[in-house]
Ligand binder design. Structure first.
Ligand SMILES: C[S@@+](CC[C@H](N)C(=O)[O-])C[C@H]1O[C@@H](n2cnc3c(N)ncnc32)[C@H](O)[C@@H]1O
Length: 410
């Protein structure tokens, strides 16, 4: 086990604290919600109040830097990644257990979207060669074979593929489906080109686990020029939220744990986005498109990106952070099918991803504009993890807030 050098750690924390602004809890009372802006300005968590003559135009040295090459190169990230290096095999080990596949199969929103897009569109599959990337239990390969595919190649590196083999035999589809164990980026298919690629590659925050990379490599190598991707488009959305219940459970919890002050943990907890199903009532902004990927043309490099967002606040409230979710689309279907992970649609196992503003909630008025940038980059130490930087910019007649935070999904 790696030993943590507590002296280094302490120095790191001291350096960080010295860059923090004073007086984070500015007469705050989370239970008191504003009816209007009048008279509540000295009763909020934010120190960035024009009335108090304190504004925020940044926090550390790296604030306005959204250059993907350098914006994550901070001491925070170096510190955070300590001890997080993992063997890549852990990923396939997790997919070798049947319970993760059981959870995915039981996600009806997910599995039915694929089932309908394949079985209700036999005209697209009849006589076609299909590649199923990351076939797991073989469910999508079986749908494609049942839809009349000439032959299906299912590839998976996890040991679940041995169970898929039995499932396929037991369903009398062994002559229609060939399974290949290995990493998609390393296997050689026995055919030069395929007509359709099906894959359920999406992770939390769409891109976590970075499975899309191997799908894009396989697309470039194997998909026929007029071939189809299932799904063929993915879109990420962003909105703002205020959820005091989660806030208390996740952050205020650390103030007193069985009588022990563990509040030093909070600064680290903030850096981890929360994957959870949002109560739709906690979303207080319009939701807007953050980025869209055309899966037939997008390049691997485009998956590290910086995108701008601007959204209107829908009610007088506080903003505690932003929430991000995604939809994927099967647009070749007779009736186009959307698989949505929106908090306004039926729940899926992907839920949504929430990014909290550290130690702040910004008082907002209906009609205010929240804007900023979101930078996303694969972590250099483990490309399945993501470094994410988000800027929060909001100015109304009372508040002038402009800060950026770095998060890590691992
Ligand atoms: C999200 S699961 C989907 C399983 C199945 N297609 C389904 O819909 O139930 C993704 C699968 O892809 C496999 N996988 C991920 N990356 C892979 C790669 N580069 N090569 C081969 N298999 C991969 C994992 O082992 C896992 O079984």
């Amino acid at each position: 086990m790696e030993q943590i050098n507590s002296q280094d750690n302490q120095m790191q924390i001291e350096e960080e604290n010295s860059s923090q602004k004073i007086n984070y809890y500015h007469n705050h009372d989370t239970n008191q919600k504003p009816d209007s802006l009048e008279g509540y300005m000295h009763n909020h968590r934010s120190q960035y109040c024009k009335m108090c003559k304190r504004t925020s135009k940044d926090i550390g040295t790296n604030h306005n830097n959204f250059n993907l090459e350098t914006c994550f190169d901070t001491k925070n990230i170096k510190e955070e990644s300590k001890g997080y290096e993992r063997n890549q095999d852990y990923y396939y080990d997790s997919y070798s257990h049947f319970n993760i596949h059981e959870d995915m199969l039981k996600d009806k929103v997910r599995t039915k979207a694929y089932m309908k897009s394949i079985l209700d569109n036999k005209n697209l599959f009849e006589g076609k060669i299909v590649l199923d990337i990351g076939c797991g239990t073989g469910i999508l390969s079986i749908f494609a074979a049942k839809a009349g595919a000439k032959h299906v190649y299912g590839v998976d590196n996890a040991n679940i593929i041995f169970h898929a083999n039995t499932i396929i035999k037991n369903n009398n589809l062994a002559d229609k489906i060939t399974l290949i164990q290995g990493k998609m980026e390393e296997v050689e298919l026995p055919v030069e080109k395929v007509d359709i690629i099906i894959s359920e590659w999406m992770g939390y925050f769409l891109l976590y686990e970075s499975m899309l990379d191997c799908v894009l490599d396989a697309r470039d190598k194997y998909l026929a020029p007029d071939g189809l991707m299932f799904p063929n488009k993915a879109t990420m959305f962003i909105s703002s939220f205020c959820n005091d219940e989660i806030y208390n459970q996740r952050f205020d919890f650390w103030d007193k744990v069985y009588g022990v002050d563990m509040s030093c943990m909070k600064q680290w907890v903030y850096k981890e986005p929360l994957v959870d199903q949002a109560d739709r009532g906690t979303i207080n902004g319009d939701f807007v498109k953050l980025i869209e990927f055309d899966l037939e043309t997008v390049k691997k490099n485009d998956l590290d990106f910086v995108a701008d967002y601007t959204l209107k606040i829908r009610r007088d409230d506080y903003v505690q952070g932003v929430i991000i979710w995604w939809d994927v689309y099967f647009n070749y279907c007779k009736i186009p099918i959307k698989l949505s992970t929106s908090p306004f649609a039926s729940e899926t196992h992907w839920k949504q991803t929430m990014f909290f503003i550290e130690n702040e909630d910004i008082p907002v008025i209906k009609g205010d504009t929240l804007s900023g940038k979101v930078a996303v980059k694969k972590c250099t130490k483990n490309p399945r993890d993501l470094d994410i930087k988000i800027q929060f910019k909001l100015e109304n007649r009372e508040i002038d807030f402009d800060k950026s935070y770095v998060y890590k999904m691992n």
